[in-house]
Write a protein of this length. Sequence first.
Length: 141
Amino acid sequence: MFYSVIILWVILDLFTKNLANIYLQKKINILWDFLSLKYVENTWIAFSTQIPGLKYLTIILIIAIFYYYFLERKKEKKKKLFDLSFWLILAWAIWNWIERIFDSRVIDFISVKYFSVFNLADSFITIWAIIYMYILFKNKK
C-alpha cells in the first residue's frame, strides 16, 4: 500500500509539472496576485533556496536524516505514523534529487507572493516534515 501511494503521488507530481510546462506560458492569478500559477525552472532546492554545493550537500543530508531516523525510531512507541512521515519525506526529497540529476532542474509552478514558487513535492515534504516534527516533540514531553 505504501509504495502504491508513493507511485501515485510521483505520477501526480509529474503530471502537474508537465501541465505547467505546457500551459503556464503566462502567470495565472488564483487569489488576486497573492496565489498564482507560474512556470519556473528551479535549479536549487525547495522554495528556490540557494545553497552552494547542493548535490554533495544533498547526499550528506540524506545520510544524516537516515542516521537521525534510526536513532529516534528506537525511542518511538507508535512507529507507524513516524515511519510513514519519514519515508514520505525521504521519497519526495529523493524524487526531487533524481529530477535534478537527470534534468538539472525541477519545475515549480505554485507561487505565493512574498514567499516563493514551489511544486507539489515541496508541499508534501513540508507537510510531512511538520507531522514528523510534531511526533518528535509530542513524544519528548
